[in-house]
Ligand binder design. Structure first.
Ligand SMILES: [Cu+2]
Length: 159
C-alpha cells in the first residue's frame, strides 16, 4: 500500500514541475477575418507561459476538441506563419503569446467560435510533456495581425 501511494505522489510532482505554467489564457472569438479560403475558420489562443521547470522547453504543438489542427505560429512583418521548430521558452523565462506575436493557432474549424464559451487546448512540448489550458472565448482586437497572406480586403467582408 505504501509503495502505491508513493508512486501516485511522484506522478503528481512530475506533472507540476516539468511543465510551464499558463496564465491569462484567452481564445479569440472568430469573425469574417478568421475565415480560411477553404471555408473553415481559424483563430488564435493567447496566454503567458512561465517556465519554472528547471530546464528549457519548446512548445511544439497541441490538440483541442475545438479544432482538428493546432499549430504554433509567429508573426513576421505583419504576416503570420507556422513557427518552424516551435517556440523555445528558456528556463526561468516567460513567453507572452499575444495578437501580433507568437500564438497558438486553432485551424480547420467547421464553425465560427462565438464569444462567451470556454475552450480547452492541450499544449505539447518537445520533451513529451503536455499542459491542458482552458480560457474564455473573447473578442480580441487584431489590428496588428493579418490572418491572410494577401492584402486586407475590408470591402469583401460584406460578401
Ligand atoms: Cu496564426
Amino acid at each position: 500500500m505504501f509503495a502505491v501511494f508513493l508512486t501516485a505522489a511522484c506522478a503528481v510532482v512530475s506533472v507540476t514541475s516539468h511543465v510551464p505554467i499558463a496564465t491569462d489564457v484567452v481564445i479569440r472569438a472568430t469573425d469574417e477575418m478568421s475565415a480560411a479560403p477553404d471555408g473553415t475558420f481559424m483563430t488564435g489562443v493567447f496566454m503567458t507561459l512561465t517556465n519554472d521547470t528547471g530546464h528549457d522547453v519548446t512548445l511544439v504543438g497541441g490538440k483541442s476538441d475545438a479544432a482538428p489542427m493546432v499549430e504554433i505560429h509567429e508573426v513576421v512583418d505583419g504576416i503570420m506563419r507556422k513557427k518552424e521548430g516551435g517556440l523555445l521558452i528558456k528556463n526561468g523565462e516567460s513567453a507572452v503569446l499575444k495578437p501580433g506575436g507568437n500564438h497558438v493557432m486553432l485551424m480547420g474549424m467547421a464553425q465560427e467560435l462565438a464569444a462567451g464559451g470556454e475552450v480547452t487546448v492541450t499544449l505539447a512540448f518537445d520533451d513529451g510533456s503536455e499542459l491542458e489550458v482552458t480560457g474564455p472565448v473573447k473578442v480580441v482586437n487584431l489590428e496588428q495581425e493579418h490572418y491572410h497572406s494577401g492584402e486586407p480586403s475590408p470591402s469583401m467582408s460584406g460578401m
